[in-house]
Design a protein around this ligand. Structure first.
Ligand code: HEM
Length: 505
């Protein structure tokens, strides 16, 4: 045995002993920990449970260990709660105690160790960032300022798809065009900018870097180095790529968007200045000394990840369910035709007057929750939950998907049936008024983007169903709705080819 290997084995054995002692101490005297599989030294439960801790696997553990259980993932504690009462406790009653976010080696890189808003711990910095972001992004005034832009974007989608002959025959990957739409919906708000086409070089660069960022952050490939610090040197290559992507991305935001906007506003006079866009408000906060330029760039980073893909995944799931449930699609079309008149394009104010459309959106978000475990929460200090001790800095997952898909609480939850939200669940809203249904979370760390996401979903799905009959491609009876989960994301595995037969009015 060479000397280096001997040294490594000794260090590993030493750590194993320390960890075993620490665990037995935690489990034994002082702490009454939640139930869970018995952990082994160093690895904890990691070798037993594996990497893919998706909502379905965690549901299986909840069936075995109960509504609260603990997994030791190497050095990290992972607590999973799976009942409406415990979700209420974590997100509402003890919202401050459990209102922080866990960090991991990769998110630390992408957020500059929590200089952003989404992944920062609960405290002064988070409060300030959330306050600064509210006026430019998360009010009804923003919706009223930008809804015409969103309506214009989906009009352009419909025009483009109508011009594609293959859309009506073999079908197209509709998602690709909708992705451009979602970028435009959000970049109009952020920078008063839009991209002309899917081939726009800047759009392609941005899309590629955002895609890389999501892939690297949501992957399970880096778990080993995150869970077991002694293995972290093996992760050096992965983390180097993360750092490069992060640098290139922030530089792109700065050079092509932030500096560009600053240049533009510095040359406009009050008489020819248009309405302020979101970044103007954020730059104001920077100029007042409330935040620094890095914080500004991390706000742009957060909107790119939190707003665009999540809404796009939900649109994609909604379309897939409408294709696979033609009767539901037809009922929605009839509601649109009856209320607005055939061919009269749906606008944002209409969306609230269409109960079946609202029910389709709610049902999509229930069955196909884009963030099924919410964004992981964390307790900074030792805490108590359901009579158990939760050691400080545990990662807390709320299995929101299971809360909304548990047959003890929902009638035939595996069925895509929007009618449930008009019948037995007619009082349930997406804003967290019922702890069985939390697609946007609830409480302090809940999604502030709900105010934008719901009307965008309504306008987009509404216009598509008004203008097209959406079908699976020839020779296929149904779309493949296999899921692909990440660290906390859920999207469709294969972007579907959809036949969009134009309606004639
Ligand atoms: C259908 C679309 C969307 C879904 C399903 C969704 C869902 C969520 C969920 C589940 C959370 C975490 C809640 C928690 O941890 O308790 C979250 C957080 C967040 N979302 Fe969304 N979201 C969507 C769209 C948006 C949009 C459009 C924006 C911005 C324009 C946005 C901005 C944010 C931000 C900033 C946070 C972090 C809040 C915090 O940590 O204080 N989201 N979202």
């Amino acid at each position: 045995m060479d000397l280096l290997l001997l040294e490594k084995s000794l260090i590993a054995s030493f750590i194993a002993i320390i960890v075993a002692i620490a665990i037995s101490k935690l489990r034994g005297k002082r702490f009454k920990l939640p139930p869970g599989p018995f952990p082994i030294p160093i690895f904890g439960n990691w070798l037993q449970v594996g990497d893919d801790l998706n909502h379905r696997n965690l549901t299986d553990y909840a069936r075995k260990f109960g509504e609260i259980f603990l997994l030791r993932m190497g050095q990290r504690n992972l607590v999973v709660v799976s009942s409406p009462d415990l979700a209420k406790e974590v997100l509402h009653t003890q919202g401050v105690e459990f209102g922080s976010r866990t960090r991991n080696v990769v998110f630390d890189i992408f957020t500059g160790k929590g200089q952003d808003m989404v992944f920062t711990v609960y405290g002064e910095h988070w409060r300030k960032m959330r306050r600064i972001m509210t006026v430019p992004f998360f009010t009804n005034k923003v919706v009223q300022q930008y809804r015409f832009g969103w309506e214009d974007e989906i009009t352009k989608v419909v025009e483009d798809v109508r011009k594609m002959p293959e859309a009506a025959t073999n079908g197209i990957v509709l998602r690709k065009r909708l992705q451009l739409m979602m970028y435009n919906n959000m970049y109009r708000i952020m920078f008063d900018r839009r991209f002309e086409s899917e081939e726009d070089p800047l759009f392609l660069k941005l899309k590629a870097l955002n895609g890389e960022r999501s892939r690297l952050a949501q992957s399970f490939d880096y778990n080993y180095g995150d869970f077991i610090p002694i293995l972290r040197p093996l992760l050096r290559g992965y983390l180097k790529i993360c750092k490069e992507v992060k640098e290139r991305r922030l530089q792109l935001f700065k050079d092509y968007f932030l500096d560009e906007r600053k240049r533009l506003t510095s040359t406009t006079t009050p008489s020819n200045a248009g309405l302020k866009c979101a970044i103007d408000h954020i730059i104001d906060a920077q100029q007042k000394g409330e935040i620094n330029e890095d914080n500004v760039l991390y706000i742009v980073e957060n909107i790119n990840v939190a707003a665009i893909e999540t809404t796009l995944w939900s649109i994609e799931w909604g379309i897939a369910e409408l294709v696979n449930n033609p009767k539901i699609q037809q009922r929605l079309r009839e509601e649109l035709d009856a209320n607005l008149g055939p061919g009269v394009p749906i606008t944002e104010p209409d969306t609230y007057k269409l109960p079946y459309l609202q029910a389709v959106i709610k049902e999509t978000l229930r069955l196909r929750m884009a963030i099924p475990l919410l964004v992981p929460h964390m307790n900074l200090n030792d805490a108590k939950l359901n009579g158990f001790d939760i050691p400080a800095e545990s990662k807390i997952l709320v299995n929101a998907w299971w809360l909304a898909n548990n047959p003890e609480h929902w009638k035939n939850p595996e069925e895509f049936r929007p009618e449930r939200f008009l019948e037995e669940e007619s009082k349930v809203e997406a804003n967290g008024n019922d702890f069985r249904y939390l697609p946007f979370g609830v409480g302090r760390r809940s999604c502030p983007g709900i105010i934008l996401a719901l009307p965008i979903l309504g306008i987009t799905l509404g216009r598509l169903v008004q203008n097209f009959e959406l079908l699976p491609p020839p020779g296929q009876e149904k779309l493949d709705t296999t899921e692909k989960g990440g660290q906390f994301s859920l999207h469709i595995l294969k972007h579907s080819t959809i036949v969009a037969k134009p309606r004639v009015f």
